[in-house]
Design a protein around this ligand. Sequence first.
Ligand SMILES: [Zn+2]
Ligand SMILES: [Zn+2]
Length: 277
Amino acid sequence: MITITLLGTGSPIPDPNRAGPATLIQAGEENYLVDAGRGVLMRLSAAGCGANMLNGVLITHLHSDHITDLNDVITSAWITTFAEQKPLQIIGPPGTKEIVDRLLHFLSFDIKYRIDHHEDLNEPPAVTVTEIESGVVELEGNVRISTEPTDHRPVAPTIAFRFDYGNDAVVVAGDTIPCAGLDKLCNGAKGLVHTVIRKDIIENIPLQRLQDVCDYHSSVEEASQTAERAGIETLTLTHYVPAFPSGQEEEWREIAAQYFSGTIELGDDLHRVEIGE
Ligand SMILES: [Zn+2]
Ligand SMILES: [Zn+2]
């Protein structure tokens, strides 16, 4: 069985009830974080997991809403590991290494304070970054993780991740329009987590900067068609723009159901979905 927890169902727009984009994937004893948006560690702790328990941090793309709290993940994994530091594994598209290097630079004052103050803390955060655009992610563990490029242009490169565990597979897509890479990754998977926006609403808001976001995201309709095409059993929608009030997801579900015949999951932060046996 693979468990999906929507840690943050929000978007770049600050929301009192929705943290920024982040999803927890758990299988066996392993915990994988996909994206690290606003408030990720608060939600992760609510899900019973800590930064020091992560087997990998997987980044779909370098848009700010998906990485605002990556520095917090790095710091917290570092200072809450009391045994020997094992590197925090960060996997993302090309550019991720430079981002992490700059975050470590941004954290350099804090890193020095803590090393100076704690006798048992002698090294800066141990972080390993792997940049990838396609293929199998080399990580220890029983979950096989693979990736393919998605299409969120002009943001490029962007990637989605597939988690295979036993007979189950779940794909987590970041922001993307329908594309061949995502179709390939979804082929034969049981679960898909997909970010969506309501283009039917946003297109009618007379603000060009909002309307701009329509051309590089999937609508609810498009994400549902992607899931249907691949024979996905359970589609989990997240990254709601505009966010709906808690408990008012029915309209979104009805739109998805017009294009997707499987189970549709959406809701608030910490919504949990179990895939497989
Ligand atoms: Zn994005
Ligand atoms: Zn986004």
